[in-house]
Design a protein around this ligand. Structure first.
Ligand SMILES: [Ca+2]
Ligand SMILES: [Ca+2]
Ligand SMILES: [Ca+2]
Length: 154
């Protein structure tokens, strides 16, 4: 019992000390940490096109479009340009809406080269890449039967 009285006396001042520490030192520490780790408010996303620019006809899938934002922002992909109406992006895969037919080209100037731009945006900053995809011929019975009927094929 002798020791308890002085001990309780010290406790009275504890809440005051803790309060001052929290407002002063603690607050300043967290402000410093934020400005050190985020020197710039926003950064542009990056865009990587992972596919060949020359593809056989009759296939829908073109390849992957990989986006990354250094700030972790949500990135939206858009297509623009002459032949963008023939293309689609589903999740991270670039596709033709209809499989291209070499013998019946639908691109704007009908040369089997689809020209368009891919843009990645985080809502404030964006990055674009121009793309040209050439569709090349595949020998098919339907359109190339003259070649098939020729017995020179092994
Ligand atoms: Ca960003
Ligand atoms: Ca073209
Ligand atoms: Ca063909």
């Amino acid at each position: 019992m002798k020791y308890r009285v002085p001990y309780l006396g010290y406790l009275k001042f504890w809440p005051v000390c803790l309060f001052l520490t929290g407002c002063g030192g603690g607050g300043n520490d967290s402000d410093t940490a934020i400005s050190d780790s985020m020197p710039s408010p926003n950064k542009s996303p990056t865009l990587t096109l992972d596919f060949a620019t020359s593809l056989p006809e009759n296939q829908i899938r073109i390849g992957k479009v990989i986006v990354n934002d250094p700030d972790g922002d949500a990135v939206s992909l858009t297509l623009s340009g002459d032949d963008s109406v023939f293309l689609n992006i589903k999740q991270d895969i670039l596709l033709f809406k209809t499989a291209p037919d070499f013998e019946d080209p639908v691109d704007t100037d009908a040369d089997n080269v689809f020209v368009f731009d891919v843009t990645a945006s985080d809502g404030a900053l964006s990055v674009s890449e121009s793309v040209e995809i050439e569709v090349f011929n595949v020998i098919e019975r339907k359109y190339d039967e003259a070649i098939f009927e020729n017995d020179s094929l092994e």
